[in-house]
Write a protein that binds this ligand. Structure first.
Ligand code: NDP
Length: 289
């Protein structure tokens, strides 16, 4: 018995990519500018390869220039920094994405901070993260940015609602909480030391980004809650499931994202949006030397 309306992330992501493509076509025609995305993938992480291929494919489909830099896993931090500096200087590159995780000998904080904030299309640079905190314009982390777009698409207005975010990572949970706060939700952030059930029971809007299969039980939900499941967990039988017990949750929620096909496709779509925005903002700006 499914009462909830499914939020079709695949369809919304396709719409976002089509919007980006239309704007790219116009930018090329009217301004002679092609947005460029450089992706850096260090070494051989199988999951990273899949993600990077997806990003390259999406970039080509919307009409960007895209480049993949693929240094060996044993690249030194200095050599990787030199590559990033080169991409920072390259006027054809508007977006730089360093695929995480990096091999252990490389410090992701140092690498991310080396990317020019204007080209940081992941929204992970401390300047972008800080501007989000301060409520100033900033490039927004793709996954929570995509969640905000999904809420908008289904007409969920966060203002005045109790939003509960489960997970406090720098790439999903924290920026998610800040984006909901900016839209005037009353936000609670949960983590591994929280009394999860108690907090979830009060949620009008629930966003879960933990990485534990079916951690949040459907029976905990407030009837009518809006449920956004960011988690992607592979079960032993190969099935992909979220962080929320889907079938039971779908009986109580008003809206729910499926896994797969919910938040997942939005991340790449918002990366395209961020890259286009970076190209428009800085690619068209007069060069100051
Ligand atoms: P992290 O591992 O960085 O963070 C997980 C968070 O969950 C931490 O804050 C942790 O708390 C919290 N947590 C762990 N166990 C519990 C628990 N039992 N109860 C409450 N909170 C708990 O993960 P990410 O944020 O990077 O990713 C989260 C999930 O989202 C993963 O499944 C990942 O695959 C998925 N993901 C999906 C994306 C997409 O495109 N759809 C993009 C990015 C991620 P503490 O801080 O206390 O340790």
């Amino acid at each position: 018995r499914v009462n909830a309306q499914l939020i079709d992330g695949k369809a919304v992501a396709a719409r976002v990519r089509a919007e980006v493509k239309a704007e790219v076509d116009r930018l090329k025609r009217e301004r002679g500018l092609t947005p460029g995305l450089a992706v850096v993938r260090v070494g051989e992480d199988p999951a990273s390869k899949v993600y990077v291929n997806g990003k390259k494919k999406a970039a080509e489909e919307v009409g960007f220039h895209s480049w993949e830099h693929h240094p060996d896993a044993d690249i030194t931090q200095d050599a990787l920094l030199a590559l990033i500096h080169q991409l920072n200087q390259d006027p054809a590159v508007h977006g730089i994405l360093v695929q995480l995780p990096l091999p252990r000998h490389l410090d992701p904080d140092v690498i991310i901070a080396a990317v020019k904030p204007e080209k940081d299309v992941d929204g992970f640079h401390p300047l972008n993260a800080g501007n989000l905190l301060l409520g100033r314009p900033a490039t927004r982390a793709c996954t929570p940015h995509g969640v905000m777009r999904l809420l908008e698409e289904v007409g969920v207005e966060p203002a005045g609602q109790r939003a509960v975010v489960v997970g406090r990572s720098n790439i999903v949970g924290k920026p998610m909480a800040l984006m909901l706060l900016q839209r005037n939700a009353t936000v609670t952030v949960c983590h591994s030391k929280s009394d999860l059930r108690r907090e979830v029971e009060g949620a009008d809007i629930l966003v879960v980004a933990v990485g534990v299969a079916e951690l949040v039980k459907g029976a905990w939900l407030k009837p009518g809650a809006v449920v956004i499941d960011v988690g992607m967990n592979r079960k032993p039988d190969g099935k992909l499931v979220g962080d929320v017990e889907f079938a039971a949750a779908a009986e109580r929620a008003s809206f729910i994202t499926p896994v797969p096909g919910g938040v997942g496709p939005m991340t790449i779509a918002m990366l395209m949006r961020n890259t286009l925005d970076a190209a428009v903002r800085y690619g068209l700006a007069p060069v100051v030397r």
